[in-house]
Ligand binder design. Structure first.
Ligand SMILES: [Ca+2]
Ligand SMILES: [Ca+2]
Length: 229
């Protein structure tokens, strides 16, 4: 075969460089894919927070911000856009907390949830988003920072725990917004004491203001006493 005119080292070095480049590209793509998967499913401190929750009272679950579909910490028009696309079946790209899309908490995501979010946003920026414990539709918990019991019986206590080391009962506050309950802080958590006389089905809403001044509302229903329907 007639040799082509090439630089003396081109035949030797270029294929190696190409191989090396290909190898690094593949490795980089793999690492990127892994890190993407980890970002989606497992935030860096996810396991640590999960472990913390397992040490709390039985039944304590992480809370998420209702309406914050992309878990960026704010409920805004971007979330509404994602919700509209989801309901129109145009995809769930950008949504990391599907449960946050169930604004009316009925277990499915429909046009009514869009109407609820539109109504919330029509009043201006959401200053005190609602926290929810009902993650049955799935949530990545990219930013989970607080955990609580989803409900409590009359006379019992509903603990609210911080998962973010920046926040604690000393630098944050929790007060009863509405409902038959009082609140105390105890060993790094807030305890919502449900009144003994609280009727089953009553709703208790707690206003939580974190050290960074961000305010949230957490509501739970008073559960029926054992034996009661
Ligand atoms: Ca958001
Ligand atoms: Ca719904």
């Amino acid at each position: 075969m007639k040799p082509t005119r090439k630089l003396p080292n081109e035949n030797i070095t270029m294929p190696m460089n190409r191989k090396a480049a290909l190898f690094f590209l593949c490795a980089a793509a793999l690492l990127f894919a892994i890190s993407q998967a980890q970002q989606k499913k497992l935030p860096p401190d996810y396991e640590k927070k999960r472990a913390a929750i397992s040490n709390f009272e039985a039944g304590v679950v992480p809370l998420f911000v209702l309406g914050d579909l992309n878990e960026d910490g704010v409920v805004d028009q971007e979330d509404l856009k994602l919700l509209r696309a989801y309901v129109a079946h145009s995809g769930s790209a950008g949504i990391s907390c599907v449960a946050a899309a169930d604004l009316d908490d009925n277990g499915s995501i429909t046009a009514h949830d869009i109407a609820v979010l539109e109504e919330i946003l029509s009043k201006g920026p959401v200053k005190a988003p609602a926290l929810s414990a009902h993650a049955r539709l799935g949530c990545d918990f990219k930013h989970f920072f607080i955990a609580a019991l989803p409900q409590g019986r009359a006379g019992s206590a509903v603990p609210i725990h911080f998962l973010d080391p920046r926040f604690n009962p000393q630098n944050s506050t929790a007060t009863i917004f509405t409902g038959p309950a009082t609140i105390v802080s105890n060993q790094g958590a807030f305890l919502v004491q449900v009144a003994k006389s609280a009727p089953a089905g009553a709703i208790v809403t707690v206003s939580i203001t974190l050290a960074d001044k961000q305010r949230y509302l957490y509501s739970f229903r008073v559960a029926p006493a054992p034996g009661q329907l």
